[in-house]
Ligand binder design. Sequence first.
Ligand SMILES: *Cc1c(COP(=O)(O)O)cnc(C)c1O
Length: 420
Amino acid sequence: MEARYEMHLDFLREYDKEIFDAIEAEKQRQMEGIELIPSENLVSQAVLEAMGSVGTNKYSEGYPGKRYYGGNEYIDVMESLAIERCKKLFNAEHVNVQPLSGSPANMAVYYAMMGVGDTFMGMKLTEGGHLTHGHPVNFSGKLYNCVQYGVDKKTERLDYDAILKQAKEVKPKLILSGYTAYPREIDFKRFREICDEVGAFCMADIAHIAGLCATGIHENPVPYFDAVTTTTHKTLRGPRGAIIMCKEEFAEKIDKAVFPGLQGGPHNHINAAKAVAFKEALEPEFKDYAEQIVKNAKALAETLMEKGLRLISNGTDNHLMLVDVFKGKGLAGKQAEHALELAGIYCNKNTIPFDTRTPWDPSGIRIGTPVLTTRGMKESDMKQVGEFIVKALDNASDEGKLKQIKEEVKEFCDGFPFYR
Ligand SMILES: *Cc1c(COP(=O)(O)O)cnc(C)c1O
């Protein structure tokens, strides 16, 4: 995308200089740095405009055609468009576009399908799962009996036979697949079989890979899973929010769990922006984008491995990779994240499977290509990005050198303008 989007903040600039300046500085930071956090993206001007619209003014508890407030004629148009486009995009039977974010979307499905104390299976946080997949500090680990699965120690990939064996033992009411830090293709068909074999509700959380699933670059579980949640702001490149897609037979239960079960009024400006993002994702160019994300991730993985870094599972099939910086560079994850930040390169420290360090200071970092791909970078640019990363890690305790790299990074990023 060769976009040069204009920000329209003229009134804000006049009225609230403190907030205007912070927003402007954040925009500069986004433009001048190499953004590698795989759960982030840059939205189009159309999405930004919808988000900044008068939809925010309206209360509309309920669903299109069945609201608890008057005056929802046009809000119904927005929400219905979001639903219809989303159905088409993912081949979904039923869609709820109201979840405020990924965590509340997962909460709504659990709330609809399980009772307090029921058993479900999700992936461990330390091996790629999300907090809401049953971590003990999260509601999902407190209200439900979560029995967690992990990856195979040797391959660092899912072991479906082991998951089936575990499922036969624990007899979960629900099995959740889809992750936050898993660099490999997920065999959703196999998860469906496992769920059928043990009689579990079959759920996926595709927050990270939704853009890849929508375009068929990754297997799309939506048509044959019972329920699938996703955020809309990661590879899907929409506003910050989430959706739930499900089989018609679970529609009423899930809609009731979202509202009135857990939420109040929907965020209509965001739902309008979701509709815009789904329109964009239905364009043929979006498939090229999703394809390029994966090509870029593979190219970046190659560069890093050539330079001696160990990647978890030796590579990637999707948009992200986990780098063992402790083994490769003798750096703790926290130290690596900090050094990269000083060089204008943004990532997050992350546990690696069977990490010998603590979650607060793990052995790895997690990086991905959705943002850089949105900015128009290609495989050859990934070579340069990989070189910046390695150079920063090699000079992790030399602040002067990191500052110098930051200048080079800025110059490189100037070649890929996005927001003006
Ligand atoms: C990001 C993410 C979420 C949570 O989304 P929020 O919008 O931050 O609440 C849930 N599940 C997975 C797999 C994620 O990656």
